[in-house]
Write a protein that binds this ligand. Structure first.
Ligand code: ATP
Ligand code: PRP
Ligand code: MG
Length: 279
């Protein structure tokens, strides 16, 4: 039975649980349960703190898990990323009082507060900067105004927490993070099925199916607008002057693609959602 670690709280938990449901797994019925067996899919889920998931997976106690790339790197675990899951995106940045720092070298010898000391320590070491890390559990942005640090290094999403504390980002991007699927032994049976199913959910979320009719003479121009993933499907119609085309299109591009097809001369342009996919 494949043993899967899933975030039980925090920014990643809801979307991770939704994706697993969409991928055909039964989640936990009791929202406080720490584990749940899905006999039909031969998997057992363990609901853990996202910060702890890399430790469980890296030790081999669990086969595979969903966590943040930043949390994986911070943990120093043996587990590695096997797929990016395209949610829970954030950047990891340094910040300080406006004008106080202009670059990484200004951090030499100063106090840097973070709840990701592994990640930040490695980054500073690789950059040849020696700072004094102040390890905090959260609400790191308060550390400067409360006088326990001179700079912070933390997750930035909208930036509103930093702004509210009167802080400004400086220096290089420490990390672009996203939710990831991690494992220590990717050859464990069942992992590739889980990975394919989750990728199917991503595809279903990211793409739509576009169908349209186009005069034979315009086929080349139309399929240049909708090249599809591999190649668009072209079907004969009763009228020999027209063809029917079907292709996958990025959901975000839907209306631009429809406009372009219509302007070209395509008609009966229909867009449908994809419920599930194996690519
Ligand atoms: N706005 C955000 N705040 C915090 N983490 C975020 C945000 N957006 C995405 N993430 C990602 O979520 C993961 C952190 O999740 P985690 O559950 O540990 O913290 P959290 O969401 O801040 O919850 P809590 O602070 O309640 O423990 C990281 O991978 C981080 O990059
Ligand atoms: O850029 P923003 O959109 O403002 O989001 C980033 C903030 O959100 C998270 O804090 P959270 O609310 O999880 O509190 P915590 O610091 O106690 O973890 C994170 O640690 C940042 O502080
Ligand atoms: Mg937090």
């Amino acid at each position: 039975m494949l043993r899967i670690a899933v975030p039980n709280k925090g920014s990643l938990s809801e979307t991770a649980a939704d994706m697993l449901l969409e991928a055909g797994y039964t989640g936990r019925r009791d929202p406080r349960a720490l584990s749940a067996i899905d006999p039909r899919n031969d998997v057992e889920f363990f609901y853990l703190r996202p910060r702890d998931i890399a430790t469980y997976v890296g030790s081999g106690a669990l086969d595979v898990g969903i966590t943040g790339r930043d949390l994986l790197l911070d943990s120093g675990s043996e587990a590695h990323e096997i797929a990016a899951l395209d949610f829970g995106g954030s950047t990891f940045r340094f910040a300080g009082r406006p004008g106080a720092f202009s670059g990484l070298s200004d951090l030499e010898g100063v106090r840097v507060a973070t709840s990701y000391p592994g990640l930040v320590g490695d980054f500073l070491a690789r950059s040849g900067v020696t700072a004094k890390l102040v390890s905090l559990d959260g609400a790191v942005e308060s550390a400067i105004n409360l006088g326990v640090a001179d700079a912070v290094a933390d997750v930035v999403s909208t930036g509103s927490t930093l702004r509210a504390q009167g802080l400004e980002i400086f220096g290089p991007v420490i990390l672009e993070s996203t939710a990831v699927l991690i494992s220590a032994h990717s050859e464990v049976p069942g992992i590739s099925t889980l990975q394919r199913r989750l990728q199917g959910v991503l595809v279903a979320r990211q793409y739509v199916l576009v169908d349209y009719d186009v005069p034979v003479s315009l086929l080349e121009a139309a399929t240049a607008v909708t090249p599809g993933l591999e190649s668009p499907t072209i079907s004969q119609m009763q009228d020999p002057e027209w063809l029917a085309v079907r292709a996958m299109v990025h959901r975000a591009d839907t209306n631009h693609v429809m406009d372009a097809l219509y302007d070209l001369g395509a008609r009966a342009i229909l867009v449908s959602s994809i419920h599930a996919a194996r690519i």
